[in-house]
Design a protein. Structure first.
Length: 76
């Protein structure tokens, strides 16, 4: 059975983020199928909320879930 994008996003949201506190931008790219460059662009634009921990930019679990639900995206 082939899943649509929404079902895939829900699956990622429900399974991949259950036990994690934060994710690196490369990890988010791998989980979502987006390019690392695009994920970094989303982070720079503020569409994907990040926190700086030392030299790394991380996305907190709740911010990733919000982004995947689309609640943080600008709809124009």
């Amino acid at each position: 059975m082939k899943l649509g994008v929404l079902e895939q996003t829900n699956s990622i949201n429900e399974t991949a983020t259950q036990h994690r506190f934060s994710y690196g931008l490369d990890e988010i790219a791998a989980l979502t199928g987006l390019s690392t460059a695009f994920v970094r662009k989303l982070a720079r634009a503020g569409t994907l909320k990040t926190k700086k921990f030392g030299a790394r930019r991380l996305v907190l679990d709740e911010d990733l879930k919000e982004f995947l639900k689309g609640e943080n995206n600008d709809e124009k």
